[in-house]
Design a binder for this molecule. Sequence first.
Ligand code: NAG
Ligand code: NAG
Ligand code: NAG
Ligand code: NAG
Length: 351
Amino acid sequence: MNALLVKGLLTLVSVAATMRGTTVLGFSGATLVMDQDIPSRTCKYSRAYSMIQVRCANLGLEWIPSNLKTEIQIMDASVNRVRVLTNDSLAAYTNLAYLYLGDNFIQEIQEGAFDNLRYLKVIDLSTNGCDTLPKSLFHLPYLQKVYLAKNRLSDDLFKDVQVRSPLIFLQLSKNKLGKIPQLGPVPTLMHLNLSGNSISSVTPEDLAPYCSLKILDLSKNPIKFDASNCECETLNAWLSVRGIRARPVYNCTEEQERCTRQPEFSNKTMELYGRCSEILRLQVETEKARNTWILIACCISGFLFCLFVGLFCVHKRNKRRKKKLKEQQRLNANNANTELLNSNLNQPENT
Ligand SMILES: *[C@@H]1O[C@H](CO)[C@@H](O)[C@H](O)[C@H]1NC(C)=O
Ligand SMILES: *[C@@H]1O[C@H](CO)[C@@H](O)[C@H](O)[C@H]1NC(C)=O
Ligand SMILES: *[C@@H]1O[C@H](CO)[C@@H](O)[C@H](O)[C@H]1NC(C)=O
Ligand SMILES: *[C@@H]1O[C@H](CO)[C@@H](O)[C@H](O)[C@H]1NC(C)=O
């Protein structure tokens, strides 16, 4: 009985070991030896969603390896011991679209660290020690998702930042923000997570520059409303009018008797919202115009193609006809010649 149990256990262990072996094999296409002395410190290449991925997670790295294939599009270097991102750390990896650097010790990021990453779409810097970021990060032309939870970012980060990236998702929970970040109009932003900060007030004016916002998390912030100004009701009215799903739900008990009239939004709020909507409208229009032009170009090139094929066919048919005609003529001429010859041959006999 005992022997059977032990045997079964052994089989289980060996099966688990083989399975682990195969998964590791499955992931590694080629492996790169980073440090000859420590064979376990290797980054592994693989393909994910038809992109080239390199996985260097959890290897105790103190800096971003500089000898990786430069065509990588996904880099996972999370759970390491990186402290600094210099201008050169990532400069060679110009095709990067997804960069995961969560759970490191990053405290310093030089101003030009991301400047070469023109195609960057997603960046994860969660659980690091950043108290600021290069302002140029928010200028990258394809950047959509930014994960910055659990850092030490303060309001200074967003001083004079003008977001030009098509930012959709911004995760800033568990930082040191004292107010809603002012990023200028960001018509693409849909998801903003600010939970676990030190934000003490929020008004429609703070949210108006984000005219596409759909999800807002403000939980675990010491937010207070000025009851004499009906701030709570006004905020709720804005969230409801704009269709923003917000956490937590403020139930405005203090204001319930006082604020019976319809909440009003300030002119500034409407102005900020209007500016954002205008940019959005222009973007949609530009996109539409572009699509129309693409359609027109497709139609014209299709028409030209058909015309060309038609002309080519006609040309070929004409050529064939001409050839046939020539052949016929030659044949006829030949016939005539032979006839002539025949008649010539026959002539002397007749005379
Ligand atoms: C990094 O790049 C930025 C901008 O490209 C530049 O201003 C800065 O001086 C550079 N820093 C170092 C240490 O090279
Ligand atoms: C916001 O972040 C916190 C902590 O990281 C998380 O628990 C919460 O679910 C997030 N909120 C939303 C709406 O995703
Ligand atoms: C509103 O607040 C009261 C206490 O102030 C609380 O008991 C109640 O659950 C809240 N309602 C909602 C819908 O959150
Ligand atoms: C707000 O705009 C309205 C008209 O659009 C104007 O009558 C009013 O004076 C403005 N209020 C302030 C405070 O500027």
